[in-house]
Design a protein around this ligand. Sequence first.
Ligand SMILES: C[S@@+](CC[C@H](N)C(=O)[O-])C[C@H]1O[C@@H](n2cnc3c(N)ncnc32)[C@H](O)[C@@H]1O
Length: 188
Amino acid sequence: MIILVVDALSILFLVVVLLWIIVPAIYGLPPIPTRPERIRKALKLANLQPNEVLYDLGAGDGRVLLIARREFGARAVGIEAGPIQCAWIWLRVAASGFGDQIQVRWANFYKAGLREADVVFIYATSKEVMKLAPHLEQQLKQGARVVSISADFPEWEPSALDEHALIFLYEMPPTRGSITSYMLKKAK
Ligand SMILES: C[S@@+](CC[C@H](N)C(=O)[O-])C[C@H]1O[C@@H](n2cnc3c(N)ncnc32)[C@H](O)[C@@H]1O
């Protein structure tokens, strides 16, 4: 009996670990989290305010949502394709006591409604960011900010940049340009 229970738990554990890795891989993004210090820098660069709504596109283990709520006082919404990640975020949020201010949606961020977002946080590859650009342009309201970790939007000119942490900030509607046009303006 004990052996059966141990076997069942081992299989369950294996399935959970595989799903945690495989679902992000199917969507083309590895489940690699952003370091908390870099998240804080990004949210400061975006000037996230307590009365605002932060969206994390691909919420992973929910750390961006928790920092946005705990340290910036914002309401936070995570869009996440991985069912295990969603369950894990749900548990973390329930334990944190911020259940009414943090929401997680099991969804594909290319199809998600983003109209209420004031700040959108993205940690994705250059390829994903390029694919996301039209959806963000169509969905985001005027004045919303997009903060991207590591990958820049090749057809948008950033409004600010943290060169050391490699964090790009954009304001909607985006200014046509690129990182090069931003650098040239800064050098003048
Ligand atoms: C690089 S991790 C970033 C996690 C978190 N944002 C952070 O910075 O710590 C990317 C996450 O995006 C999720 N993801 C990838 N493609 C997605 C899609 N199309 N829709 C929703 N989530 C997606 C993956 O499952 C993964 O958890």
